[in-house]
Write a protein that binds this ligand. Structure first.
Ligand code: DAH
Length: 349
C-alpha cells in the first residue's frame, strides 16, 4: 500500500495505526520476560517497522492529512509506551516477589546452636584470682616454666646445701631451655616464687603483682599429687607494709573466693624467703585445710634483687590452685583435672 500521493486514504491509515498500537499493547500484556518486551518495542519502533515507515511518509503527505496522522501516531506511541511500562513494572514486581519467596526466613525455627566450650576448673580458679586481685590494684604477670637455679632457689634465700631444698623435689633440665643460662643450673620451676625475683629485678617498688602458672615436682601421680600442678604467687612491696596488711588482704580474698561463711586462720610456718612465715588454712566442714603459704619478704631476698630492706617492706603468698578447685567443686582426685574426660569437664558451667 502506498503512503504517498494525492489520494491518500487518511482514515484507513489512522485505523491501521490504531491496529498496530492495539496489537503491540496486547503483545506487551502477555510478555513474560524483559526480552519479550524488547521484542515488542522493536516491532513498533524499529527502523523497519510499519509505524516508522508511516512516520517517514508523513513528510510527503498533503498538509491537511499531516496533523491527523501525527495525532494518530503520537496516540499510538503513548498507548504502546504505557503498556510496555506497565508490563515491565509487573515483571519486576513478580521477580522481587519470587526472590523474597526464595529467601524467605522462618524466624520461628529454633537457631542452630554452636556447641560452647567451658572453662577448665583450674582456669576458672585462676581467673577468679586475677579478677579479685586486679580489683585490689594488682597486676598479673608471668614467668618462665624452665627456670634457673638462682631464681628458683638462691635468690629466694635457699643456697645450695640448704636443707629447705629438700622441700621441693626438683626436676633438673640439661641444656639451656631458652632462658640463656649455662647447662647445669636449669630446672622446671618448683614453685611460682621465682616470678617475684624476676619482677623485683625488672621494676622498682612499689609493686603489687600476682603470678599464676604451672609448677613441677618429681612427684608420682596419685589421688593428691601431680608432677605438674598450678600455683598463684602474690607479692606486694611498698613502704610501711605490715603483717596486718598481709592478713587483711588474704582474709578479704578468701571470703570473696569461698563465700563469707568460711573462716580462715594463719598458723606459724617456715619458708626460707619469708620472715615471719605463715600457713593459711580454711575451715572446711570439720577440719582446717591448708591452702597457701605466706609471709613477710625476707630481707635477704630484697638484698638479692637490690632493693633496700630498710626502705621497703613486702609480703608474699603462694596458693595451690588444684587444692582450691578440689575444695570448691568437691573433687577428690587430682588426676581428673588432667584426663580431659568430657563427662568430668562438662559439669563446670
Ligand atoms: N613457694 C611456696 C611453695 O611452693 C609457697 C609460698 C610460701 C609462696 C610462702 C610464697 C610465700 O610467696 O611467701 O610451697
Amino acid at each position: 500500500m502506498s503512503t504517498a500521493g494525492e489520494n491518500l486514504d487518511v482514515d484507513a491509515l489512522v485505523a491501521e495505526i490504531g491496529q498496530i498500537a492495539g496489537a503491540a499493547v496486547e503483545a506487551a500484556g502477555s510478555a513474560t520476560t524483559q526480552a519479550d518486551l524488547d521484542a515488542v518495542r522493536t516491532s513498533v519502533y524499529g527502523r523497519k517497522s510499519r509505524l516508522s515507515e508511516l512516520r517517514r511518509a508523513m513528510g510527503t503527505a498533503p498538509p491537511e492529512a499531516k496533523p491527523v496522522l501525527g495525532r494518530a501516531i503520537s496516540a499510538a506511541n503513548s498507548r504502546v509506551d504505557a503498556a510496555l511500562a506497565a508490563r515491565a513494572a509487573d515483571l519486576a514486581g513478580a521477580a522481587e516477589a519470587a526472590q523474597l519467596e526464595r529467601e524467605r526466613i522462618d524466624v520461628t525455627l529454633p537457631g542452630r546452636r554452636a556447641p560452647l566450650g567451658r572453662r577448665h576448673p583450674v582456669t576458672k580458679v585462676i581467673q577468679d584470682f586475677e579478677d579479685l586481685f586486679v580489683g585490689m590494684g594488682y597486676r598479673v604477670v608471668e614467668g618462665p616454666e624452665a627456670e634457673t637455679d638462682w631464681h628458683n632457689f638462691e635468690a629466694l634465700n635457699i643456697p645450695k646445701g640448704h636443707p629447705a631444698r629438700s622441700m621441693w623435689d626438683t626436676l633438673y633440665l640439661s641444656g639451656t631451655a631458652g632462658v640463656g643460662t649455662t647447662e647445669t643450673d636449669v630446672l622446671l620451676r618448683t614453685h611460682t616464687s621465682p616470678v617475684q625475683i624476676r619482677v623485683m629485678q625488672a621494676e622498682p617498688p612499689p609493686l603489687y603483682i600476682i603470678a599464676p602458672g604451672r609448677t613441677f615436682r618429681r612427684d608420682t601421680l596419685d589421688r593428691t599429687h601431680s608432677p605438674i600442678f598450678h600455683q598463684v604467687e602474690g607479692l606486694a612491696v611498698d613502704r610501711d607494709l605490715t603483717f596486718g596488711d598481709l592478713a587483711g588482704t588474704l582474709e578479704w580474698f578468701c571470703h570473696e573466693l569461698f563465700g563469707p561463711g568460711f573462716d580462715i586462720r594463719l598458723h606459724p610456718d617456715y619458708f626460707p624467703f619469708t620472715e615471719p612465715s605463715a600457713g593459711i588454712e580454711v575451715w572446711w566442714g570439720d577440719r582446717w585445710l591448708e591452702i597457701a603459704g605466706c609471709g613477710m619478704v625476707d630481707p635477704n631476698v630484697f638484698v638479692a634483687v637490690g632493693i633496700d630492706p630498710e626502705e621497703w617492706q613486702g609480703f608474699a603468698f603462694g596458693f595451690g590452685v588444684e587444692r582450691i578447685a578440689m575444695l570448691r567443686y568437691g573433687i577428690d582426685d587430682i588426676r581428673l583435672f588432667y584426663e580431659n574426660d568430657q563427662r568430668f569437664l562438662e559439669q563446670f558451667t
